[in-house]
Design a protein around this ligand. Sequence first.
Ligand code: GLC
Ligand code: MG
Length: 727
Amino acid sequence: MAVVSDFKTAKQRYVMLISVHGLIRGKNLELGRDADTGGQTKYVVEVAKVLAEHPDIAQVDVVTRRVSDRKVAGEYSRPLEVLSPKARIVRINCGPDKYLPKEHLWPHLDGMVDHLLDWLRSEGKVPDLIHGHYADAGYVAARISGLLGVPMAFTGHSLGRTKKQSLLAGGATEEQLERRYRLGRRIDAEESALDSATFVVASTQQEVDEQYQLYDQCDSNRMRVIPPGVDLKRFAPPARTSTSSKAESDIRRFLSAPEKPMVLALSRPDPKKNIPRLVEAFATNKALRQMANLVIIAGNRDKIADLDRGARETWWKLLELIDEHDLYGSVAYPKHHRADDVPIIFQLAARHRGVFVNAALTEPFGLTILEAAASGIPVVATNDGGPREILSRCKNGILVDPLDVPGLGEAILTTLKDANQWRRLQKSGVRGVEKNYSWRAHVDTYVKYVHDATRTTSSARKLVQPRGRLLTADRMLITDIDNTLIGKKEPLRKLIDQIRRAGSKLAFGVATGRRLDLALQALEENRVDPPDFLITSVGTSIHYGTGLVEDRGWQYHIGYRWHPERLRKITESFEALMWQENEGQDTHKISFIVREGHTFDPADLHAVLRRARLQAQVIFSHGTYLDLLPVRASKGLAIRYLAIRLGIPLDMVLTAGDSGNDEDMLRGNTLGVVVGNHDPDLHHLREEPRIYFAQGTHARGILEGIEHYRFLDESASRIPLASSAMG
Ligand code: GLC
Ligand code: MG
């Protein structure tokens, strides 16, 4: 295993990029193999490599899902791959071994969070910044960032709300979208990532204005526009000598005078790309038609009838126009090309003193414009967000109204007519891309934002030294009190007896909604031995040992973004909510009861909080209790904090509960046990891969869970059921 050098100067940062889905490796990325292995995969690997070369970067880890499946290459199961001296790919388990499409990963992300925590603990080093790519990794990054108090960044790549809009417009129903794409989970994950991120990276301002702005948690002050880089090794002006290629002969055979300047269009045959208007512009401008050829590279086709509807209609229209204007001999539209041909085609156009045209109806980014510029071809492009930004920086062409057919033809002609002008545009484009759109330029800007985000490093936690069993234990039993630990005398005595007999290897704790004083009271009344630790007020407070030493570090950690006054104010408008008695309130907990006869939907409160830009966890139990907690606090988060501190892996932690406020301590990699008398709140956890539903009620259910997991077996130094992150 490659060991990261521990040496790190004060200025240097350790950055972790998380990109969960698809197939990621350092070489020969299988781009386009499936919908999940494409642009994003390429982007993350590219950024990691170049980022690692930056002097201010100590280490870059790309964290992705580990896949061990005969259907894919063996490399994707390797826990670690070294990319360069300072960059690695780290593969972490996430659900089953087999390769899964991203829509199916949602139930496994909590588990991945826990495996990643285990891995971080084994490395003994915490990143300075965690950057989530796409909604799934955004979710993972937000959880880890909250737990460790490390700043996070987020890049959506593509966004659920945008997709939802266009699918709904296309006639799909909400239900179909949920079933097919899990858009609800995705959008929630995006909202929480946007909320937690110190900064968000977008490719263009238009992406911010039209896409990110659809989100409640989009905050313009935290949005950063950094255009992605162009691969300047692949896209470069042509060398003096050229070798002929198949791509070239595929084009030439259409043309009667192939040496003429080339007007090139390259895009998917999507109606949005507006290719028919370009054909019209070319056909109806006499001078242009005389001096140039038109080359259309629009996807691949065997039979037009087999293409999807948009592509089919585009092609029919194109063929019709070519025929109508009798463009035979001056328009080429080859049937096939490979991804590797694209740089060759651009070079061909550059050698033929060509012009690249992107007349799309809208163009938020326009990577092909950059590739054309890098290859030395001037451009004519739609006057929209992406091209506007590119052309203003590179000064390499003309912006046009994509609906103005004669204007389009004139712009192309102007670009081609004057050879000196053409050369000026060519040079300016090549230089502009190098300066503004190289990976190095991208990374330089990114590192500036990394510094901004990590300048104020997180609080040094005041650590309470573990004592007694907390020091010797290799496993933890953590149970809720009401309706779980207490309620049935005889099994409770049996459980207490088992805990005593387990001795120093077991740490015993409770995690309850009760405030500390009331929790102690309940334990005493039921003659439960003093636990090694108490997590009280729904995870907002942690105390250790018989001395009840408070964990001040935890208090400090969860105070982040906690605005109790504003929360109290905003909840006043909810008729259905009634304050709990004083003992229900705590420093980091605001609690209500739902009035009898009233209905209350937590989603409504979520929506109001979002609109007010207020962050809080909303926890609903037994259909009556409602708790508002800081974003960094809950029973589950408190347990993870403890497990990290005590060095106990989560798959050696058994948690037991019965209702809503127990949910997040039951999920993930802990050994969850739901007792038989559980509330309907928890029904849906049956879908979770690793939660045991006991038959027995109360403490009998816990005993059953201990048995099920063989949790207290002498031999079980590690519970076999749980596969650990690094194999
Ligand atoms: C306990 C607490 C109460 C809380 C409830 C649900 O009953 O006393 O304040 O609302 O748990 O978490
Ligand atoms: Mg309970």
